[in-house]
Each structure stands twice: as C-alpha cells, then as structure tokens.
Ligand binder design. Structure first.
Ligand SMILES: [Zn+2]
Length: 453
C-alpha cells in the first residue's frame, strides 16, 4: 500500500498547475494523478496549492561558532515555516569560516545534528586558500563564495583581483560555480571614509556611500574575469535593475552568469530603510523605487534566475549604534521569501505560480546539480509545501521561528499561509508548529543517487 497520498491540491508541476493527488513512497513522489488509490496516510489538500519546497541558496545560519547569532536549528525551523526544505549555508559567518576541509567537516557534522531541513554548503575563496578548493570540491561544496568588497568579518577577507582570477580558474577546473558579492571596494570604501571623516554617519550617508554604480562596476569586472577563466559565475543579491542589466550584457557575450536577487530588494525601497533603520540595513543597500521597478520588470521577464533570502541575522546589540556605518548589516528574512513572492509577486503583479516554483526550487536544483529535488515530478523527493493562497495575514513577531525575532517584515500584510511543509514525505511543519525532530541531510551536486540513512 502507498505510504502517503496528498489529495486534491492545486499542484504546481514543471508543466503547469493541475488538480491532482500526489502519492509518496519511501520519501519519493511515486505518482501525480487524479483519483489515486487509498494510502496508509492521507493529507487533504483540497483548496490548497502544492508547491515544491523552497531551496534557499543563500543563508547565513552561522553554525558552528556563532549560534548566538542564529544556528541551523532555529534557522531551518524558520525556513520550514515558510515552505523551505533545503538551504545552502554561506562560508561565513560561522566560526571557523568554511575555507578548508577541516572547517567543512566540522560544519557538516554539526548541521547534520541540528538542521530540520536538508542543506548544502558553500566553500569560500579568500586570499591564500586556493590549495584547499579541490579538497572542498571533493567534499561536495555547492560552489565557492568570494567577496569583491569588505565582508565585515576580518577572518573572511575580500578577494583582490588576482585571488579572484586564480580562484575562478581553479573553480572552473573543478566545474563548480563562483558566487560573488559584487560591489566595487575602492569606490565604496572611499565614499564611506569620506563621509565618516566629516561626521556624516546617518542612514542617508550610508546609502550614498554604496551607489548602484558600485554594483554595476563589480559585476562587469567579475564578468570579465569569468569570461577569461570560463567559470560559472553567480551574482548573489543583485539589488538593482541596473545590476541585472550589467549581468545580462555579460550573458549576451557568452559568460555563464546567473542572477540572484532577494525578497527585500523586491519589497522595500531606500525610503523604507530610512524609516525602518537598522533592521533594513543590508549591503548592497535597498534601492530607490525606479531601480526596484526595473528589478521587478526583469524578474517578470524571466531575466532573474533565483530569489534567495540572504538571511543574515545578528544579535540585537549589534543592530544598535548611533553611527549607521557601524550597525551590523544583514536582513533576517528567511521566513518571508515565499510570502513576498506570493503577495508582491503573484497577487500584486500577476507572477504565475509556476514561475514562483522555478525561482525558488527548480532553477536552484538545476544550476547546482541536485538530483531528485526542485520539482513535483515522479521519482523526485517529496519536498513539498501546502499553501492556502486565499488566506491573508499580518506577520507577527511571535510567529517568527528564528533566534532573534527581528525582521523588517513584522507588521506587513501578506497573502498565502503555509499550512504544511514536507521533507522527503515527512511533515516537518504543520499548522504553525515544527512537528519533527532534526532530520536534515547534506546534499551536493555529486550526490546523484538515492542516499541511504
Ligand atoms: Zn549573504
């Protein structure tokens, strides 16, 4: 007898939406069709939309070493509450950072103990660790992250051009992507020090120190290095329509470049940042309404590949400083990615639900080579989220499952309530609560066969 059938949902498959049942056996989808026979366990999904579980390719859960900032238990709980079933953790701000095999092994071990969702790991490129990249690849990193601007963390220094060039050559040889934080260090550091030296340390001064052109210049330089080295280039957190345009120019010249944006760049503007303050500080910063509109236009025209949270939390005390330049940057929005796409995208702009599935699950699985993930199809793992897209709600502080309940989205009106999240057929979040123990597994591009427990 089939183990589980999810009955009668509006199922968002790679071919489009269909009212159907989903059968699950041994954690995998065994059938998607109407009127499937009875099963040992059934979930009634009539009136609900069934999407593939979100694959959040950009989070900072900061474990090991900085679980007082987040931790993968609390982080993955918040992800599951918003329909997420996989995250890729960045090489910082865990301590140690994931820049070598020992650090990798340490992180994988602790995340296997504490995460409720599956996870992949980014390695880092920093000056001096080129020799470690092959060992990180052999262990299954999803790709390598490099900073073109100061990361804010002394133990994860930014890449000078030579480090980035040589790192890209090695990553190309290892057939793994390089993800860059693209802001021009010389421009932004000099604008910042110039402002600070004359006592201009407010929110507007911070915004002025990180102009859109700094992002565009860095994307252009990274693209030139990627063209030369033939590496797969991934631009994390593109904040502006101009940034997308710069990446598309490189793509038109043949660079294998992919474009990520984050919910906060789609939802907020720099005026919101001036009003909200520290909770909305991130880098690159929020942009003006015109850049946000261009970003939406690009996304609606399939020119943005992926939406990831860049969940970057910190303890409350690091979010308080009269000098806004010294406030820790990072928006802790892991629980709001789907909410933003359903409210500001699907409801307000007509973003089709299959595109939501593409931006949050199918594309990440393809780009990073996760077999059997990313879509509702037979033989894929049953990573699913059941959403009531007829229900709206106001995000309340108490509903956040992350360690520090600080989010610029608190009090905002959303649409689409997550009723249940399933990982490999097992419910991990249902009706507002985490309902399973940690069961996360490590995933990687080389992991093409079913994993044994
Ligand atoms: Zn980040």
């Amino acid at each position: 007898m089939t183990e589980l059938v999810i009955r009668g949902g509006n199922v968002i498959t790679p071919q489009g939406a269909v009212i159907a049942d989903i059968a699950v056996d041994e954690g995998r989808i065994s059938a998607v069709a109407p009127e499937l026979p009875g099963a040992a366990r059934e979930i009634d999904a009539h009136g609900l939309t069934v999407l593939p579980g979100l694959i959040d390719i950009h989070v900072h859960f900061n474990e090991p070493g900085r679980t007082d900032w987040e931790g993968s238990a609390t982080g993955s709980h918040a992800l599951a509450a918003s329909g997420g079933t996989v995250f890729f953790d960045m090489p910082l701000n865990s301590s140690p950072c994931t820049v070598g095999p020992v650090e990798f092994d340490q992180k994988r071990t602790v995340l296997e103990r504490s995460s409720i969702t599956d996870f992949g790991l980014w390695g880092g490129i920093v000056p001096g660790n080129r020799g470690a990249l092959a060992e990180l690849a052999a262990r299954g990193v999803i790709g390598f992250k490099a900073f073109m601007a100061d990361s804010g963390l002394p133990e994860f220094p930014r890449c000078d051009d030579r480090t980035l060039y040589e790192g890209m050559r090695e990553a190309a040889r290892l057939q793994l992507p390089v993800a860059v934080h693209a802001e021009d260090e010389e421009l932004i550091s000099k604008l910042a020090s110039g402002a600070i030296s004359v006592g201009r340390t407010g929110i507007r001064d911070f915004l002025d120190s990180r102009p859109v052109t700094a992002e565009v210049m860095a994307i252009q330089r990274a693209s030139k290095l990627a063209a030369e080295t033939r590496v797969k280039l991934h631009i994390v957190h593109v904040s502006s329509g101009s940034g997308v345009a710069a990446a598309l120019e490189a793509r038109a010249r043949g660079v294998d470049i992919s474009i990520e944006t984050c919910p906060h760049y789609l939802f907020f503007t720099e005026e919101d940042m001036e009003r909200i303050g520290a909770l909305a500080k991130c880098a690159p910063p929020l942009r003006n309404a015109s850049e946000r509109q261009d970003l939406w236009t690009a996304l609606m025209h399939d020119q943005v590949d992926v939406v990831a949270s860049d969940h970057s939390p910190a303890p409350p005390e690091m979010k308080r400083d009269a000098n806004f330049f010294r406030v820790w940057g990072g928006i802790a929005g892991v629980q709001s990615t789907l909410a933003v796409l359903l409210a500001a995208g699907h409801r307000d702009r007509g973003l089709p639900l299959p595109r939501v599935a593409e931006l949050t699950a199918a594309w990440p699985a393809r780009r990073f080579g996760l077999a059997h993930k990313g879509g509702i199809a037979v033989n894929n793992e049953a990573d699913l989220v059941l959403v009531d897209v007829s229900a709206s709600y106001k995000l309340r502080e108490y509903s956040l499952l992350q360690r520090h309940r600080m989010s610029p989205y608190i009090g905002k009106d959303f649409f689409g309530v997550v009723r249940q999240t399933l990982l490999r057929g097992q419910s991990i979040f249902a009706e507002g609560k985490i309902v399973a123990a940690s069961m996360g597994r490590f995933v990687s591009a080389t992991d093409n066969e079913p994993r044994t427990v």
